[in-house]
Design a protein around this ligand. Structure first.
Ligand code: GDP
Length: 581
């Protein structure tokens, strides 16, 4: 028997993949998903499971076509809320590998099917139906749109189709796309495109994918790889089928009766129609005339247009609509909310506009220390490395590898060869507290502007050890600081001067060690500690000094403590942060 996959068995048993996985888990068989393989003995268990007399209700998915014995599935433990919604798919990959052509091919086949005759217009995404099930494709290809949304906390995409040309190879942007998808924690389906081209080599591409830890399922891995041609349309059906399978596995749900929540995926100012935004509806249904808020833009919906350019009255979950009626152009990635009161919408929009202005000011004043403290809060130092060659990249990676320790995490979001691009900044901005490190590379103007706007730290370096030093320092800041104290001096209070409006100055004699202005003081009287704190001023004669040595006299004023008496003792304490790496 050739190896069976979970999704094939689910089909055979006429249950959903999710249900099948749940049932298997109950009998102690843990499988990851659609493409997990089933051994012969496990298959027997499954057959038995489904052959049991039906003393419980059959699963809802059972369409009752009579092909299979009635399943006796245990009632699911959690009842998922809402109804299944279409998956939202982003197509990513290296330039010229065929993303646009593939998106067009999928859309064309669909328009032909529907025979709507409507003029298709790009509104940032479109929906097709395959085997009666809808799929939404984001049709602004490229990482920018995808991660730009994530950078603002909007997780729009449910899965990524990674396009790799069969006559080319896994390229820099392919690896970038993989990093972006992984950062978003969404599944990747690989489309090996251009199989019609002379010189296409699917095997070679699979080998390269495996090196990126995308091991094709026919090689025992769990990555779905679909060879296809966007030009001849061969294989596109399989791709759509795989997308639907993955969607079933993800068990995507939404409530069409709820108030709509969406995300802006495209926006611009139309000279005739005013601000226009395309939104993907994440949950609920958006209706004509509703009052909406997106970023600092608000308004009442004047018109909703679908991806065929037709007016519609509502937009259900996972659909995309273009909407008119906003007060200004909202940023891509902004969440769309529906409010009941126009006045409230205006008020929130105004507040947001003010906050955004303040935020820009604050970000421009951020110090490295603040950035590092952000990093500390996130629990790990996240880095994105760009270097001038793969050789220096390797050197850099191994250098950083040495800095890892048990207590601190160092996470590499992405490493690649080439100048720092907008895409790098976007990836970094989607992981708060991350830092982009460039080694002997430049950053382009777009990347710099974006970094400024998004508050992403970009650090250029020319020397490896400086990177190591800085990273070490940053890592150190992630550890709870540990302090150690050293008594560096002993002082005797011999005389008291009370000065109006200044306070008590202690005339002291340094019996041992040294008094340092920056050190702390422990004030002791008859062996008991009365005060512990800082020195407000340290003087020798009338002059402010930084340190006074043994056998010398000085005047000490304590910060916030005046009850000093003759005969008191002071211990001068130096507090040092212990460096743990
Ligand atoms: P993108 O940059 O990833 O969006 O790539 P495009 O879709 O613009 O495609 C780049 C080039 O490859 C164009 O000239 C396409 O016509 C061509 N192309 C795309 N898909 C295929 C395919 O399946 N077969 C062949 N022969 N050419 C293709």
């Amino acid at each position: 028997m050739s190896k069976m996959r979970i999704y094939q068995i689910a089909r055979e048993m006429n249950v959903s993949v999710v249900k099948l996985l749940e049932m298997l888990k109950e009998v102690g068989i843990e499988k990851a998903g659609n493409f997990s393989t089933i051994e012969a003995d496990e298959y027997e268990v499954i057959r038995e499971l489904f052959a049991q007399p039906a003393n419980q209700p059959a699963p809802a998915e059972s369409s009752g076509n009579g092909r299979q014995p009635q399943p006796a599935a245990p009632a699911p433990e959690r009842q998922p809320t809402g109804v299944p919604r279409p998956p939202v798919v982003a197509v990513l990959g290296h330039v010229d590998h065929g993303k646009t052509t593939l998106l067009d091919a999928i859309r064309q086949s669909q328009v032909a099917l529907k025979e709507t005759g409507g003029i298709t217009q790009s509104i940032g995404a479109y929906q097709v139906a395959y085997q009666g099930k809808a799929i939404t494709f984001i049709d602004t290809p490229g990482h920018r749109a995808f991660t730009g949304m994530r950078a603002r906390g909007a997780q729009v995409t449910d899965m990524v189709v990674l396009v790799v040309a069969a006559d080319d190879a896994v390229m820099e942007q392919t690896r970038e796309a993989i990093a972006h998808a992984r950062a978003a924690e969404v599944p990747i389906i690989v489309a090996i495109n251009k199989i019609d081209v002379l010189g296409a080599d699917v095997q070679r591409v699979k080998e390269q994918l495996a090196k990126e830890e995308l091991v094709p399922e026919d090689w025992g891995g769990d990555t779905i790889v679909v060879p296809l041609s966007a030009r001849t349309h061969e294989g596109i059906d399989s791709l759509l089928e795989m997308i639907l399978l993955e969607a079933e596995m993800l068990d995507l749900r939404a409530d069409p009766n709820a108030v709509a929540q969406g995300t802006v995926i495209e926006s611009y100012l139309d000279p005739a129609r005013g601000p226009i935004a395309s939104v993907i509806i994440r949950d609920g249904t958006l209706h004509q005339r509703e009052v909406i808020l997106a970023g600092a833009a608000q308004g009442r919906i004047r018109a909703l247009l679908n991806d065929q350019g037709q007016r519609v009255n509502e937009a259900p979950p996972s659909s995309t609509v273009q909407l008119l009626g906003l007060s200004q152009v909202p940023p891509v990635g902004a969440p769309l909310e529906v409010l009941s009161s126009p006045a409230r919408a205006r008020q929130i929009a105004q507040q947001r506009a003010n906050e955004a202005r303040r935020g820009r000011l604050e970000r421009s004043r951020r110090t490295l220390a603040q950035i590092l403290s952000d990093t500390a809060q996130s629990g790990a130092l996240k880095l994105l490395l760009k270097a001038d060659s793969s050789g220096s990249l390797e050197a850099l990676e191994s250098e950083l590898e040495r800095l890892k320790s048990e207590q601190i995490k160092l996470k590499l979001l992405y490493s690649g060869v080439g100048d720092i691009s907008e895409s790098d900044v976007i990836l970094a901005s989607s992981a708060p507290g991350s830092v982009v490190i460039g080694f002997r590379v430049k950053s382009d103007a777009g990347a710099r502007a974006l970094a400024e706007r998004e508050g992403v730290t970009v650090r250029p370096y020319e020397v490896i050890y400086q990177i190591a030093d800085d990273v070490k320092r940053a890592l150190r800041s992630l550890l709870e600081p540990e302090y150690e104290e050293e008594i560096i001096g002993q002082v005797e209070v011999r005389q008291i001067f009370k000065i109006p409006r200044v306070g008590t100055i202690a005339g002291c004699y340094v019996r041992d060690g040294v008094v340092k202005r920056q050190a702390e003081v422990r004030l002791l009287r008859a062996g008991a500690e009365l005060f512990r704190g800082q020195i407000a001023s340290l003087k020798r004669y009338e002059e402010d000094v930084r340190a006074v040595e043994k056998n010398k006299e000085c005047g000490i004023k304590l910060r916030g403590f005046d009850d000093i008496r003759e005969g008191d003792q002071m211990e001068i304490v130096l507090v040092r942060e212990v460096q743990r790496i």
